[in-house]
Structure formats: structure tokens, C-alpha cells
Design a protein around this ligand. Structure first.
Ligand SMILES: Cc1cc2nc3c(=O)[nH]c(=O)nc-3n(C[C@H](O)[C@H](O)[C@H](O)COP(=O)(O)O)c2cc1C
Length: 192
């Protein structure tokens, strides 16, 4: 199974890249092929503002499309901004559609306070329904994200480590069930 992580926090001094990289690390430890798309390193132009699509932007859209297409399942990582998910992740989602179709999508949400991105995560799960994908019911919520990890990505407390483990076990189960179903259907179609 191949998993793509889409990181929707790009501001200087951001904190959400830590849980994104930690989740990637833990997936790799489970021998899952993992690709992390960091929208700070690969920024997308504003969707629909075609005047802003220079060659570099067009190439980047194509590359990100290919990377998403390769995945069997996806994880969105978003901070909570103004009681919702980040505009950067919504802009990225708006660029694509078939890339997400019928895939399992897990949500990781972060906040500086104790509410752990609850609004961002619930609203993003609703958007996932709108793009024809399957939001995993369990989400990973990281409160006080600025204190959650050290610089080497080690979680500062056991709770984060345990929650991540539970989230990933559930994500692998959920994604795998969909992949198996699709494979079985493809085999049936070819046999017919
Ligand atoms: C524009 C903006 C709006 C924010 N709005 C909220 C909010 O509504 N609720 C909240 O708990 N945190 C809010 N925060 C704080 C973020 O949760 C905090 O920056 C956290 O570190 C995750 O975002 P980051 O990846 O940008 O660091 C906001 C931060 C910014 C920059």
C-alpha cells in the first residue's frame, strides 16, 4: 500500500510539519511506502487564477497530481485557522478530484490550544465526502502542537505516541479494506 501525506501548513514558524513528519516516520517503520507532499516546498498557485500559472506552477500541479495518483490512501494534515482547516489545504484539494476518488483519507489536525483542531478536522472530513473519497472516522488531534515534539521528532509525551499508533493502525485497516475491495472488483471485471 502507498500512502501520501498532504501537509497544509506553510507559514514561517509553523508547527504542524512535526506531526506530519512523525506520522510519515511511523508509517515507514510499518514498511508502508510513504510520500509527504509539503505545500511549503511545493506551493500551488491559487486554483482558478490561471494568470498566475507559469510553467513552474503548471509542472508542479502535474507533479503533485502524479504523486497523489500513485497513492492508495491519503492523510491530510491541517492546522486549525479561524475555527476551520487551512486555506492552503483547501486550495490544494480544489486543484484535484480524480486523484482522491474512492480513496481512504485520514485527517490529522493541530492547534496551539487545547481544542486540538476539532473544528478543522470535522469540517475537513465533510469536504472529503464532497470529493468522492472516504473520510476515516477516527482522526488524530494534536493539541498544544508547539509542545508536542522535540526537534528530533520525538513526542514529548506518551499520549501523542499512543494516539498516533492507534490512528495509524485504524488508518491501515480502513485503507487496506478499500484496497482489497478494489482489487477484488478489478479481478472480477477482468475475468468477465
Ligand atoms: C491565521 C491563524 C488563525 C488561527 N486560528 C486558530 C483558531 O481558530 N483556533 C485555534 O485553536 N488556533 C488557531 N491558530 C493557532 C494555530 O492552531 C497554531 O498556529 C498551531 O501551531 C498550528 O498551526 P501551524 O501549523 O501554522 O503552526 C491560528 C493560527 C493562525 C496563524
Amino acid at each position: 500500500m502507498k500512502v501520501t501525506i498532504l501537509l497544509g501548513s506553510v507559514r514561517e514558524g509553523r508547527e504542524s510539519h512535526r506531526p506530519a513528519h512523525y506520522v510519515a516516520l511511523k508509517l515507514k517503520e510499518k514498511e508502508i511506502e510513504t510520500d509527504l507532499i509539503d505545500l511549503a516546498a511545493d506551493p500551488l498557485p491559487i486554483m482558478g487564477h490561471e494568470a498566475g500559472y507559469d510553467k513552474q506552477a503548471k509542472d508542479r500541479i502535474e507533479q503533485i497530481s502524479k504523486r497523489l495518483n500513485k497513492s492508495d490512501a491519503i492523510i491530510f494534515v491541517t492546522p486549525e485557522y479561524q475555527a476551520s482547516f487551512s486555506g492552503v489545504i483547501k486550495n490544494a484539494i480544489d486543484h484535484f478530484y480524480s486523484e482522491f476518488h474512492k480513496k481512504a483519507i485520514g485527517v490529522v489536525a493541530t492547534s496551539a490550544g487545547g481544542m486540538a483542531g476539532i473544528n478543522a478536522s470535522s469540517q475537513l472530513q465533510n469536504v472529503i465526502l464532497g470529493i468522492g473519497a472516504f473520510p476515516m472516522p477516527m482522526k488524530l488531534l494534536v493539541p498544544h502542537v508547539q509542545n508536542a515534539f522535540d526537534d528530533l521528532l520525538e513526542p514529548h509525551n506518551e499520549k501523542i505516541a499512543n494516539m498516533t499508533e492507534q490512528f495509524l493502525d485504524e488508518f491501515i485497516w480502513f485503507s487496506d479494506a478499500l484496497v482489497k475491495k478494489k482489487n477484488a472488483m478489478n479481478k472480477g471485471e477482468h475475468a468477465a
